[in-house]
Design a protein around this ligand. Structure first.
Ligand code: PLP
Length: 440
């Protein structure tokens, strides 16, 4: 039996066996069709069964499927690194290929610490994160995440890193304007750095838009500029966790492009290979690489499967496919349409409190009372109920209520493949409305 599903099932029944997928659709062995309205875990961003990708995978497997990263490189890995450097902002030119988003953020954290070590600043090794965040499941990544349900078993083993608030304007009742909220968040970061001691802080990490821990929470246009200014003032590197928001998901190639801030290090995964194979990357700027290249010349991290040729060829084909089919633009266009349609539903819904998002990354927060914004009691498990009802309707939605307990509301994310058409959005919304009707 496949044990990977046995981690607290979200659904109240056995997992169906999927036999095949095509475009935005998945089909199970009973012949039931599902719209992949979440792209799995915001991953299958070009849809299922794309022949071009299958061909690229077959081509690469005919050449070579594995070489070890400290013995050889491959044409596929070199081309992918070049492509990523071209599409990444600023001087983010160096790619370190890993196999999951967790490995990408954990490598980012290690590179940040190594940067300061190579510069002779041995004490700069704390990472500040936002409590409302999810950066991955491995111990380092989890130490930077406030995802309580995923942390609690291992709490004693996690690093005690400082954390600050994330922008959540819908629920920030303490400040009158968004500007006041942002000033508060920036001051909080400054205080956290000063409390830890600026000589002890290596980096600040943030998701451009919060996914699993918040349900597509979008900061203001100024938020990241203010946070980056604090980082710069105290010599703290800025790591953007683009694992969920990268590769066109939010209507730009990378989420940070919405905010005109260039990170020092970026982590990406998920949509990078659109789920066809495991592939993720830590993308490092020239600035950060310089002392390493002039010093030890080796990034002190790596995995057996890093830069796997099969995955590199797949990812390259996926990125070319995104470009060739203008999927970043389609994400912006169809995302705006999807948000408009969900907003229409929200007007008559008793329980949709907030609709937010950019591109095909749309968060919907449910409340018990729209006026007071009171959340559902956690025991009611409204998110799992909504996930289940949508599942029954043949629509997959992503649950996002499991962040910092007590801070987050009850939200789901709609993040269908970036290939989705207007007619398919209509059908997705029709199924969502059917499921919603059964909750209200
Ligand atoms: N970072 C973010 C923002 C994520 O959303 C996730 C996964 O949901 C991760 C990191 C971890 O990625 P993975 O599950 O591929 O290890």
């Amino acid at each position: 039996m496949n044990q990977t599903n046995l981690i607290k099932p979200v659904l109240d029944h056995e997992y169906p066996l999927i036999t095949h997928g095509k475009g935005i659709y998945l089909y199970d062995e009973q012949g039931k069709q599902y719209i992949d309205g979440s792209s799995g875990a915001v991953t299958a961003s070009i849809g299922h069964g794309v022949q071009e990708i299958i061909d690229a995978m077959a081509e690469q497997s005919k050449k070579v499927s594995f070489v070890y990263r400290s013995q050889f490189s491959t044409e596929a890995a070199e081309k992918l690194a070049k492509k990523i450097s071209e599409i990444s902002p600023g001087d983010l030119n160096w790619s370190f290929f890993v196999n999951s988003g967790s490995e990408a953020t954990e490598t980012a954290m290690k590179v940040a610490i190594q940067y300061w070590q190579e510069k002779g600043m041995k004490t700069k090794n704390k990472i500040i994160s936002r409590w409302m965040s999810y950066h991955g499941i491995t111990m380092g990544a989890l130490s930077m995440s406030g995802h309580i349900t995923r942390r609690q078993l291992f709490e004693p083993m996690l690093e005690k890193y400082p954390s600050v608030s994330a922008p959540y304007y819908y629920r920030d009742a303490a400040h009158k304007t968004i500007e006041e909220c942002d000033d508060f968040y920036a001051q909080e970061l400054e205080k956290a750095i000063l409390r830890a001691g600026k000589d002890n802080v290596a980096a600040f990490i943030a998701e451009p838009m919060i996914g699993a821990a918040g349900g597509a929470l979008i900061p203001s246009d100024q938020y990241f500029q203010k946070m980056k200014a604090v980082c710069d003032e105290y010599d703290v590197l800025f790591i953007a966790d683009e694992v969920m928001t990268g590769m066109g998901r939010t209507g730009k190639m990378f989420g940070m492009e919405h905010f005109n801030v260039i990170p020092d290090i970026m982590a990406t995964g998920k949509g990078m290979s659109a789920g066809y194979t495991p592939m993720a990357a830590t993308i490092v700027s020239e600035k950060v690489m310089e002392p390493i290249l002039n010093g030890s010349k080796i990034i002190m991290s790596g995995h057996t499967f890093s830069a796997n040729p099969q995955s590199a060829a797949t990812s390259l084909a996926v990125l070319n496919y995104i470009e060739k089919n203008n999927l970043v633009e389609n994400s912006a266009r169809m995302g705006a349409y999807l948000k408009e349609k969900i907003n229409e539903l929200a007007r008559t819904s008793e329980i949709i409190g907030d609709v937010r998002g950019k591109g095909l990354f749309v968060g919907i927060e449910f409340v018990k009372d729209k006026l007071t914004k009171k959340s559902f009691a956690r025991e009611l498990d409204v998110v799992n109920k909504i996930v289940q009802l949508n599942f029954d309707e043949g629509l997959l939605v992503y649950p996002a209520n499991a962040g910092a307990e007590g801070l987050t509301g009850d939200a789901v994310i709609l993040s269908p493949p970036l290939t989705i058409t207007k007619e398919e959005v209509d059908e997705l919304v029709r199924r969502f409305a059917m499921a919603l009707g059964k909750v209200e």
